[in-house]
Design a protein around this ligand. Structure first.
Ligand code: 4AZ
Length: 278
């Protein structure tokens, strides 16, 4: 993860923990006052694989302790971003947190709809590189199954990765690029970009991170305005009915020419399927 994204995420954590509105950081597009960025309300009943990851111990109960998104990929297996478990993001050593939960079927985090399931194991990809954000995957094993909720994984060469494919990103994160966290689930429609376009947007260097097609895929709109943002991390990017990505990083939110960058699921398929216990 580049320093820019880290800074944004640190802002997220402090604003969640203190429930203060910490609207800082570089300017971002306030394109629409809807959400994820530029999206619409969505229902978990229609997308049962969209889940939240929370810890009330760390983040309080106002929004069910939510701090990341995730996707159910088998009854007892959930995937999210490795960076969600960074000590810097949590503000605590993950080994000392005893109440990580996956929250399913709860459209509005202020309510009690749906279920909270304890996490019995957290596998953070040992090849995840915090500096570059490569391999940004964690696999969570649930203490109890969530039957019938899984989304299929996209494999290498899946048509869903084709440039121009329509994809949807889901989350409870920032809807305005200004620390305004959603209480309810939103989704936004974006397009999968060519690896070359992603690399042009993120060439690396001091100001921005570098796109690495081996473990990343990027998506957005040329004009910006629709994107994932802080608090959406780890959440699903779905195209053609398959999970193609997990919200990972980007420069700002919804900014033209700065697409969202996602963990490329097909690149880590074996790491995921090898941990499915059902
Ligand atoms: C974040 O800080 C973050 N616009 C997530 C997604 C994006 C940017 C930042 C993509 O968690």
């Amino acid at each position: 993860m580049n320093t820019f994204t880290r800074a944004l995420t640190a802002t997220l954590v402090s604003s969640l923990a203190l429930t203060a509105v910490a609207a800082v950081g570089p300017p971002v597009a306030h394109a629409m006052d809807r959400s994820v960025i530029g999206g619409d309300a969505a229902r978990t009943a229609d997308h049962p694989w969209v889940v939240a990851v929370g810890s009330r111990q760390l983040f309080g109960s106002a929004r069910s302790g939510q701090f990341c998104g995730a996707a159910v990929v088998s009854a007892r297996t959930v995937v999210t971003a490795a960076h969600c478990f960074d000590r810097q993001i949590l503000g605590a050593d993950p080994d000392r947190v005893r109440d990580f939960r996956v929250i399913a079927g709860r459209d509005d985090l202020r309510g009690e709809q749906g279920r909270e399931v304890a996490v019995s194991d957290i596998w953070v990809n040992p090849r995840y590189d915090r500096r570059t954000n490569a391999g940004d995957l964690a696999v969570l094993t649930l203490a109890k199954p969530l039957p019938g909720a899984a989304v299929p994984l996209a494999g290498a060469g899946d048509a869903a990765y084709g440039a121009g494919q329509s994809a949807s990103v889901y989350g409870w994160g920032d809807t305005g690029g200004d620390g305004s966290y959603a209480s309810s689930l939103h989704s936004s429609r974006v397009r999968v970009l060519k690896d070359r376009e992603c690399a042009t947007a993120y060439p690396g260097g001091a100001a921005a991170g570098r796109f690495r097609a081996e473990t990343m895929v990027c998506a957005g709109l040329p004009e910006g305005g629709r994107d994932a943002c802080q608090g959406d991390s780890g959440g699903p990017l779905v195209a053609g009915g398959k999970l193609i990505g997990l919200v990972s990083w980007g420069s700002g939110c919804g900014v033209a020419g700065q697409p969202g960058v996602y963990t490329r699921i097909s690149a880590l398929e074996k790491e995921i399927t090898g941990r499915m216990r059902d």
